[in-house]
Write a protein that binds this ligand. Structure first.
Ligand SMILES: Cc1cc2nc3c(=O)[nH]c(=O)nc-3n(C[C@H](O)[C@H](O)[C@H](O)COP(=O)(O)O)c2cc1C
Length: 405
């Protein structure tokens, strides 16, 4: 039986019709520091803006007069049988958004028939996340130390994760200035003084404060418990502080992963052909064309703009996926047309989570599915397997790429 607050949350999300709505409602639920942490990008947020604009700059080339009753979205990606070509992206700090956190995201993904990629920077331990039904991949950070990374990967293997994702764009944390302005980092070391300091800012979000306190104020990263010198888990911003060593796996680390991980290995954060080819030479199974949702290097290109040449360069040997800026089902269809086999979404499920926990994530996933189905029907395209560059044109001129058959 739902509690009153759950019922209210479900009512709130029922009015959400698209990702903009979800963002707007989530903003009213979250304290500003948490909203900005999820929403914000690096520095001037140029890349963040490009990510969504680049999708808008692409037009479709629909085939009229075609009646597709039931377009096929189901697809297979590296052993995953997905009801639609979407995975939920690894996102640190989700337990700050709602106590369901990334377990709620993983559970909603599983119920939707898709897969979740679990972050190392979770408020839950990877073993806890692995308990959620449904297939999942594990995203490994290096946490400034190769031994730390290896420990995590061995644990991930033992916990039953099917795929391993190496994120290569996080040598150091992006310069997300809103977080500094909001005092997001000092707030991380939760103590009475900070609680008193933050109280006025939190007062307008009593629902969030209540849930957060009841959840035990989980600021730490349990996955890091046995990696630190004192044996205590790192705090969220401790891993993003400017250290001397990289938080991202290096190419040597990825070579080590290839030799020591027999399941699918995927590199996340590819933005150019040279890195894609390097990943292919190492023998990875997949790559994710990603700029980390505009949160790392400001000025990095929009992923949809670099996707076609990367997809063409690696050919069919490596499965190409994309994230950063997906807000509509039509964006998924554009990415698939230009060479992606599937996409990952970060902020969209996070907004659903903020509004109504796992239930809210499910709602946002079903919006995306409904939008994809309608787009495919309006295009006159029977199956995601039929999508290729001929369905997409640059606005308002001719086709931008028509290379891959
Ligand atoms: C709040 C937040 C935390 C993130 N944490 C991680 C992380 O721990 N590991 C990682 O590889 N990517 C992380 N990302 C990046 C996402 O995996 C993904 O690349 C990005 O969100 C996609 O862009 P979108 O938000 O526009 O969908 C994070 C993104 C957000 C919004």
């Amino acid at each position: 039986m739902s509690t009153l607050s759950e019922k209210m949350a479900q009512r709130r999300i029922s009015g959400v019709r698209n990702s903009d709505d979800a963002r707007r409602v989530a903003r009213r639920q979250l304290p500003r520091a948490i909203f900005d942490y999820v929403d914000g990008g690096a520095e001037d947020e140029v890349t963040l803006g490009w990510n969504t604009q680049a999708f808008r700059d692409l037009a479709f080339e629909p085939r009229g007069g075609t009646w597709i009753a039931d377009p096929i979205l189901r697809t297979k990606v590296l052993g995953l049988d997905l009801s639609m070509p979407v995975l939920t992206a690894p996102c640190g700090g989700m337990r700050l958004v709602h106590p369901d956190g990334d377990i709620g995201i993983a559970a909603a993904a599983s119920k939707a028939g898709i897969a979740h990629v679990a972050t190392s920077a979770s408020g839950f331990s990877l073993e806890e996340i692995a308990q959620t039904p449904g297939p999942q991949w594990f995203q490994a950070y290096r946490f400034s130390n190769q031994e730390a990374m290896k420990t995590l990967i061995h644990r991930a293997k033992a916990a039953g994760f099917e795929g391993l994702v190496a994120t290569i764009d996080t040598s150091v944390a992006g310069n997300r200035e809103k977080d500094f302005r909001n005092g997001f980092s000092y707030n991380m070391s939760i103590n009475l003084a900070n609680v008193v300091k933050m109280a006025p800012k939190m007062a307008s979000r009593p629902g969030w404060v209540y849930r957060f306190m009841r959840d035990g104020m989980p600021f730490q990263l349990p996955n890091t418990a046995d990696l630190t010198v004192d044996g205590k888990p790192m705090e969220l911003t401790e891993m993003t502080r400017v250290g001397k060593d990289s938080h991202s796996p290096s190419w040597e680390d990825i070579t080590w992963m290839r030799a020591n991980w027999d399941g699918p290995l995927i590199v996340k954060g590819i933005l150019n052909v040279a890195d894609a080819e390097r990943a292919k030479r190492i023998g990875v199974d997949g790559i994710i064309v990603s700029n980390h949702g505009g949160r790392q290097l400001d000025g990095a290109p929009a992923t949809i703009n670099v996707l076609p040449k990367i997809a063409e360069a690696v050919g069919d040997d490596v499965v190409v996926m994309l994230d950063s800026g997906i807000r509509r089902g039509s964006d998924v269809v554009k990415a698939l047309s230009l060479g992606a086999k599937a996409v990952l979404i970060g902020r969209q499920p996070a907004w659903g989570l903020a509004i109504a926990g796992e239930y809210g994530v499910s709602h946002t996933l079903e919006i995306l599915r409904t939008e994809m189905i309608r787009t495919m029907r309006l295009l006159g395209c029977p199956s995601v397997d039929h999508l290729d560059p001929t369905w997409v044109a640059e606005r308002p001129l001719g086709r931008i790429v028509a290379t891959r058959q």
